[in-house]
Design a binder for this molecule. Structure first.
Ligand code: GDP
Length: 297
């Protein structure tokens, strides 16, 4: 499970400090040093760690914490609040268009889990909000991706708009939305093409789809196992497309979790969902406060 290493390490430090009736400035310094090392080890962006530690120190070395009733616990509370804030504070919702359908564009590198997440998100919208989504196969370069989405559509018993590999992705997206209107679908989720690396051709195509369909959300799907790379990918996609949120996949794996802790700070865009497995129901709303609790025990 993600964050295990980070959690183990921090919990040792927490035990030490919560036992104390009196916390000195030296104690806070030692603890923040441990927190800093643990976060760097978890692959959190260097600058993000630096800023976070500075804020924790400023708050924790304040008089009220040092003289409080339970100073150790108060210090931990400060760390928890700062971690939560770092990951985006309150959890964000999915947009609803004034006039249906709400259009969501899924973007990301190949293998990140984009197609799987498209299915998971559709399932989530139906189960949680009683919505009727249509899926759109706009990755025309890989027949396997189209088949995969069609299979997911069958499993979910949901329509998949597809025109095979011959049509242009911009036209597919546009026509799919017309179709969705006709069929009274309230969400259209477009599975776009991915590449192995960020490249200009792909970005141009995504930009064209964006300009044409004017999506209500652009969700970037990133693989949390790729650590710092996930943060760089998020930065590039956001620069080009001004994404509205991030879905972090494979958080069930043996990841160090650094991406979850850096993406919001680096891009300013919230992590909206976390992929916790390969199955269609293994998508969770991302709750920064719960994640911080998981890390701090
Ligand atoms: P795409 O190329 O971005 O569309 O990626 P896919 O949706 O095909 O997913 C790539 C692989 O990652 C597949 O084997 C998925 O089952 C797997 N996958 C996707 N999301 C998750 C997740 O949250 N957890 C785990 N363990 N595997 C995932």
């Amino acid at each position: 499970m993600a964050f295990e290493g980070l959690a183990d390490r921090l919990q040792g430090t927490i035990k030490k400090i919560t036992g104390k009736g009196k916390v000195t400035e030296q104690d806070v310094k030692e603890m923040t040093r441990e927190v800093r090392l643990a976060l760097l080890e978890a692959d959190v962006n260097f600058k993000v760690v630096k800023d976070l530690i500075k804020r924790i120190k400023e708050r924790a070395i304040g008089q009220e914490v040092l003289q409080g009733l339970n100073p150790g616990q108060q210090v931990i509370k400060v760390v928890k609040e700062e971690l939560t804030e770092l990951m985006g504070g309150e959890q964000s919702k999915i947009a609803v268009a004034n006039k249906p359908p709400t259009v969501i564009m899924m973007v990301g590198l190949q293998g990140a889990g984009k197609t799987t997440t498209t299915g998971k998100l559709a399932n989530h919208l139906r189960k949680k909000y009683n919505r009727n989504p249509m899926l759109v196969a706009a990755d025309v370069y890989r027949p396997a991706a189209i088949n995969q989405l069609e299979t997911l559509g069958k499993q979910l018993d949901m329509p998949v708009y597809s025109k095979g590999t011959e049509a242009n992705p911009v036209d597919i997206a546009k026509e799919a939305i017309d179709q969705a209107k006709e069929d009274h679908k309230d969400y259209v989720i477009i599975d776009t093409a991915g590449r192995l690396h960020v490249d200009e051709g792909l970005m141009d195509e995504l930009q064209q789809i964006k300009d044409t369909v004017q999506p209500d959300e652009i969700f970037l799907v990133v693989d949390s196992m790729t650590g710092q790379d996930a943060v760089n990918v998020a930065e590039s996609f956001d620069e080009q497309l001004d994404i509205s949120g991030v879905v972090l996949t494979k958080l069930d794996g043996d990841t160090r979790g650094g991406a979850a802790l850096s993406i919001k700070a680096v891009t300013g865009k919230p992590i909206k969902f976390a992929g916790m497995g390969e199955k269609l129901d293994q998508l969770e709303a991302f709750h920064p406060d719960r994640m911080a609790s998981r890390i701090l025990g």
